[in-house]
Write a protein that binds this ligand. Structure first.
Ligand SMILES: NC(=O)c1ccc[n+]([C@@H]2O[C@H](COP(=O)([O-])OP(=O)(O)OC[C@H]3O[C@@H](n4cnc5c(N)ncnc54)[C@H](OP(=O)(O)O)[C@@H]3O)[C@@H](O)[C@H]2O)c1
Length: 213
């Protein structure tokens, strides 16, 4: 079991153990997806399962709150690495076998921030805008392959996101938030509903957002 620096089981190990109680096989992998090694480790772990990917969920993401003039460059680049480079890398490596098999579903978590300028989390909103455009284009390209692409655009949701992005004090973080379980259910339902060739990518839009301060 993977552990955190204190020796306690890491969150992913705890969740994997809970899911395994349903009788499903669960393989938990910890990988830093901001690094080429982490991306490679995850792709190898997927291949090691020895079964095709039916549903690919690209969900990992971080924000980086603050004025662009103040945020450390390494934090800005980490947002780009996790929210832009990693999903492109994983889609490039894992979607082609789904197309070869002629079926599957791709669900990507972007954000309602993708649809508007994002002052005070500029790199995050720009990264999500990239992702939404990428998903819409990929969906079109895959329209005759049997592989669907669904973009989830949550509004503020009650997770560790705001703390992880150092945005706890912001108006956005203090405002109303959606229940993550409900957002996850909407996402699953949206991905199941997505059909080709008609319709727009299913988006579970929740609350609106705005400048992150
Ligand atoms: N919460 C919101 O208000 C909101 C709104 C719109 C969109 N979103 C998007 O929703 C997605 C999920 O975020 P969340 O709200 O559930 O926040 P969260 O609780 O902070 O979860 C972030 C997830 O990303 C993973 N992650 C962070 N850094 C990583 C790294 N370097 N390598 C691999 N995985 C990493 C985390 O894994 P660990 O637990 O191992 O750190 C965690 O599973 C993100 O893409 C986020 O941008 C969130």
């Amino acid at each position: 079991m993977t552990t955190d620096p204190t020796g306690a089981p890491h969150r992913i190990a705890v969740v994997a153990a809970e899911l395994a109680l349903t009788g499903a096989r669960v393989d938990a992998v910890r990988a830093d997806l901001t690094t080429p090694d982490g991306l490679q480790a995850l792709v190898e772990a997927v291949h090691a399962v020895g079964r095709p990917v039916d549903v690919l969920v690209l969900n990992a993401g971080v924000a980086n709150g603050g004025a662009f003039l103040d945020t450390p460059l390494e934090d800005d680049l980490a947002v780009v690495a996790l929210d832009v480079v990693a999903p492109v890398h994983l889609a490039k490596r894992l979607v082609p076998p789904m197309v070869e098999r002629g079926g599957g579903r791709v669900l990507v978590t972007w954000s309602v921030a993708a649809t508007m300028p994002g002052p005070y989390y500029a790199t995050y909103a720009a990264a999500k805008a990239f992702g939404l455009s990428f998903a819409q284009a990929l969906r079109h390209e895959l329209r005759r392959t049997g592989v669907t692409v669904t973009a989830l655009l949550p509004g503020p949701t009650d997770t560790a996101f705001f703390a992880a992005g150092r945005m706890q004090g912001t108006r956005l973080a203090r405002g109303p938030k959606d229940d993550p379980a409900r957002v996850a259910r909407d996402a699953g339902a949206g991905a199941r509903r997505t059909r080709h060739p008609r319709g727009t990518p299913a988006c579970a839009r929740t609350r609106g957002t705005g400048p992150a301060r």
